[in-house]
Write a protein that binds this ligand. Structure first.
Ligand SMILES: N[C@@H]1[C@@H](O)[C@H](O)[C@@H](COP(=O)(O)O)O[C@@H]1O
Length: 260
């Protein structure tokens, strides 16, 4: 696991560099897109590079991590609509190239199995962008999630619903109680995981992710078993890392050609 500590604007550029390097090398690469506020600056940077630098997504495909259950198709907080607004509509993905779990499916089990199959049929995710919840969840794999889980329905914790109430006018009652989410094993199947976290509120989760024991109580800790993980954090999110100095020295000495 590589931990990079840098100001938030630089983190977004570093993540965008990894996406750009992948797409220039393999234009038909498969991306994994996350919602939440953490990746927004990365999406801004990618949209800018598309407009100003000719970075093309036309041959690529993308899979979303998760989706609320039951939000109407036109609800602005439905993750499919959030991803459309924040990145898909700002670049040149082909129609239908961005997929997400169907939070309105009547056959939930079938929809989750179909989503897993769609990812496999696409050849798997090459680069997965991730955020992390304050309780250490990734996608919507809440504490207690099976470390071997696949896409399925989950009940959201009160903590996550409170964290996300800000997107629903601060009204907890408007936040859905359930979601469909890629499982931890699904996420672990992606070839490169790039996780972004900023702010002191994420410091404990980031410490557990990088330095804690692997445990379902901090679901993100499963990433310690992945061979290619990049954790991009600002000073505040890094404030509880025991090995922060080592991570800083290592990244400062890293040759540019290595990329992430
Ligand atoms: N399902 C999303 C996660 O994918 C995201 O990582 C998390 C953190 O969000 P933020 O980046 O806004 O802190 O929020 C939600 O729960």
């Amino acid at each position: 696991m590589e931990v990079v500590i840098a100001p938030a604007e630089r983190l977004a550029r570093i993540a965008a560099d990894a996406v750009e390097r992948l797409l220039r090398d393999r234009p038909d690469a498969v991306l994994g897109l996350a919602t939440g506020s953490s990746p927004l600056a990365v999406y801004d940077e990618l949209a800018r590079r598309h407009t100003e630098g000719g970075l093309s997504f036309a041959r690529s495909r993308a899979f979303m991590l998760d989706e609320y259950v039951g939000l109407p198709a036109d609800h602005p907080e439905r993750y499919r609509n959030v991803i459309e607004k924040e990145i898909a509509s700002r670049v040149d993905f082909a129609p239908g190239a961005v997929q997400g779990p169907d939070g309105l499916a009547s056959d939930v089990v079938g929809a989750c199995a179909a989503y897993e199959q769609a990812i496999v049929d696409a050849g798997g995710v090459d680069l997965q962008i991730l955020g992390i919840g304050t309780d250490g969840h990734v996608a919507f794999n809440e504490p207690g999630s099976s470390l071997a889980s696949r896409t399925r329905i989950k009940t959201l914790t009160r903590q996550t619903r409170e964290d996300n109430a800000r997107f629903f006018g601060g009204d907890l009652a408007q936040v859905p109680t359930h979601c469909l989410t890629q499982g931890l094993a699904t996420i672990m199947s992606a070839r490169h995981l790039v996780l972004l976290a900023t702010g002191r509120g994420k410091a404990e989760a980031v410490h557990q992710l990088a330095e804690g024991p692997v445990s379902a109580m901090w679901p993100a800790t499963i990433l310690q078993h992945h061979p290619h993980v990049t954790v991009l954090v600002d000073d505040a999110a890094a404030s509880r890392l025991q090995l922060a100095d080592y991570y800083r020295e290592t990244f400062a000495a890293k040759p540019a050609w290595q990329g992430l």
